[in-house]
Ligand binder design. Structure first.
Ligand code: WQD
Length: 339
């Protein structure tokens, strides 16, 4: 099969390219490189020993997206493209709504015009909001998001569900990611945040590398066993494999399906720091700091549906996540920019 990946040069997109190529599929990537590098695609090709067809352009540009569908035979699409910095989305919400919702709507319209009606969407556990019921199960009602980034995922899900409801030829698979971390085991591709990282694992890695002085642990007074927030960290290669299963599922099903992609295990921030130190035999300078606005105490997946329906389950351990994240960081202290 031949799949189009919007935002395919980004963190999750690039790892998904590897899994799709390894599974024998062909990959076309559309990316505007606003938060990613062409070098990531070159490295994916090196890992997989296969080539990727790459188009540089914006997913909100209907003429451009349409020209890609005119040129390429596409069996299905994974839609990753979008802005993803939570804090930035609070400061410039209109950019997030315009870009992320514009991209979703433009892409779906162009797809329908080209009779390609199978899409897998990169959604987030953030759409559950601050649910009191854990683990999060796909049948829970969607919650209140705490930032515009989260709402764009929430609204994109809504838009795609409505499209599939109106036209039964559509297949929409909504993948709700928990906390993706780690990197391909080669250390050639990984997460390359621009500026100061918002997310825990890249901040840990940059602290271990000496780029940051110390890690601030945001809040130690949450109602959790050790007072720090609990999250479901999932190895990005497990997540990537989940996309292969989701696409293959989309090829012979119709309608909308939602799947959590998580391990089902929750770890606290203190546990993550300890795991990283243990896996990599180093000491991580850290201090306790005030809570970060918008954080919820506990989030972890009920991954049973993905296991039953997609025959997918996370295989890699917390040690693998910590080791592979550090392998990428230590080999690429400045991300792709040094290449
Ligand atoms: C995890 C835990 C922090 C940094 C976010 C988005 C979500 C998704 C993934 C992204 C929390 C703590 C963090 C630090 C810390 N989308 N922390 N010190 O908030 O669960 O999810 O990223 O594209 O939509 O909301 O992940 O990695 O930011 O934080 O103590 O320097 O680590 O408070 O408890 P989060 P995270």
């Amino acid at each position: 099969m031949r799949f189009l990946l919007t935002g395919g040069a980004g963190y999750i997109g690039s790892h998904t390219c590897v899994s799709l190529l390894d599974a024998g599929h062909e990959v076309v990537v559309l990316d505007n490189f606003v938060n990613s590098c062409p070098e990531a695609i070159a490295r994916v090709e090196k890992i997989a020993g296969k080539s990727i067809t790459l188009y540089e352009g914006d997913c909100c540009d209907a003429a451009f997206v349409s020209s890609v569908f005119d040129k390429e035979h596409i069996d299905g699409v994974v839609h990753f493209a979008g802005l993803k910095a939570v804090g930035e989305s609070v400061r410039i919400p209109l950019n997030y709504y315009q870009n992320n919702l514009g991209a979703t709507m433009t892409l779906c319209r162009v797809m329908a015009e080209h009779h390609v009606k199978r899409i897998v969407f990169s959604s987030s556990a953030t759409v559950y909001g601050d649910s009191k019921e854990v683990p999060f199960n796909e049948s829970l009602p969607m919650g209140e998001c705490t930032n515009p980034y989260g709402w764009t995922k929430w609204m994109s899900e809504r838009i795609m569900r409505d499209i599939a409801f109106a036209d039964p030829e559509w297949t929409v698979v909504l993948l709700r990611y928990f906390n993706p971390v780690g990197a391909h085991e080669s250390g050639l591709i990984g997460e390359d945040p621009s500026g100061i990282p918002n997310n825990l694992m890249p901040f840990i890695c940059q602290t271990a590398a000496g780029v940051r002085d110390k890690l601030s642990i945001f809040g130690n007074d949450y109602p959790t066993p050790d007072g720090t927030c609990v999250r479901d960290y999932i190895h990005v290669m497990d997540l990537a494999d989940g996309h292969v299963k989701a696409l293959e599922y989309a090829m012979d099903h119709q309608g909308t399906e939602i799947f959590n992609l998580g391990t089902g295990e929750g770890y606290s921030v203190y546990q993550m720091v300890a795991a990283f130190e243990r896996a990599n035999h180093l000491t991580l300078p850290h201090v306790d700091a005030p809570r970060r606005p918008g954080d919820i105490a506990v989030s972890y997946a009920d991954p049973a549906k993905a296991k039953a329906v997609l025959h997918w389950q996370a295989k890699r351990t917390l040690d693998d996540m910590c080791r592979d994240a550090w392998n990428w960081q230590s080999r690429n202290p400045h991300g792709y920019r040094q290449a």
